[in-house]
Design a protein around this ligand. Structure first.
Ligand SMILES: CC(C)(COP(=O)(O)OP(=O)(O)OC[C@H]1O[C@@H](n2cnc3c(N)ncnc32)[C@H](O)[C@@H]1OP(=O)(O)O)[C@@H](O)C(=O)NCCC(=O)NCCS
Length: 219
């Protein structure tokens, strides 16, 4: 079974595949990922979780960049982590988490009447799309399996189609696709709303997530 810090490595490895980011660079305190977007050129991710996250590691990671819009991800309570960041780091998000699950082969729920589910694979990422009777977008998600582990990412149901079980349908399709490729566990980073869905389909919280982005060199 993977330890909690291994789950961070799992998440980083799968996230870069899911988003087409550069291979992670291993740092003394965790990982640097070059994402390659104007709004997020890259991100630092601390390798430890919860009480394993150390102040001097967070400070070292935070001090290792002055680049505007660089992101910092720390899997520990914001109340602990934020005081360690300088004024150039702006927190965002709240109530985010790292979550994990074992992937056990089970039959997924039926697609609700009037909806259609499609899945396809491209560049190591399996996508699931649910459309309504008109073919309009209803729900989506994607998973990047990277061996024994898989990262679930970008789960979304259109506002007008929520609470009809489409999130469950998407998650079951992604679980099945990852398991079919040999993954036995999965990990994701989520919003508070996402957490409600993931807990409903068997996931558990590993650690809270503190997010911040750099405001750029001052002066
Ligand atoms: C999170 C999200 C994908 C859920 O999609 P959904 O299609 O509405 O989910 P489902 O209808 O399949 O819900 C399955 C279960 O999850 C739980 N759940 C989902 N949304 C919930 C909510 N707003 N409040 C309480 N429980 C919720 C419930 O247990 C629900 O089962 P129930 O309806 O039988 O009670 C959707 O709310 C969304 O797109 N939110 C905005 C984007 C986002 O935050 N995505 C997650 C990123 S990590």
């Amino acid at each position: 079974m993977a330890g909690d810090a291994d789950l961070v490595r799992d998440w980083v490895d799968g996230w870069v595949v899911s988003r087409g980011a550069a291979p992670p660079l291993v740092e003394p305190w965790g990982y640097t990922v070059h994402v390659g977007l104007p709004e997020q050129p890259g991100r630092h991710v601390l390798g430890a979780v919860n009480d394993g996250v150390r102040e001097d590691d967070v400070r070292k990671a935070a001090e290792s960049t002055r680049a505007r819009a660089f992101h910092l991800k720390v899997f520990a309570e914001p109340e602990r982590v934020l005081p360690w960041l300088g004024p150039a780091w702006q927190p965002y998000g709240s109530g985010d988490f790292l979550m994990a699950t074992a992937l056990v082969p089970t039959a997924g729920p039926a697609v609700p009447p009037g909806y259609r589910l499609r899945t396809w694979s491209r560049g190591g990422v399996v996508r699931a799309l649910v459309t309504d009777a008109d073919g309009a977008f209803a729900a989506r998600g994607q998973v990047a399996p990277t061996g024994a582990s898989a990262v679930v990412d970008q789960i979304e149901t259109s506002l007008r189609h929520r609470r009809r079980g489409l999130g469950r349908v998407v998650m079951a399709a992604l679980h099945a696709a990852a398991a079919a490729q040999g993954a036995t566990r999965a990990v994701l980073a989520c919003t508070p709303e996402g957490r409600l869905l993931y807990e409903a389909v068997g996931w558990h919280v590993v650690a809270p997530l503190t997010n911040a982005k750099h405001l750029g060199a001052v002066g």
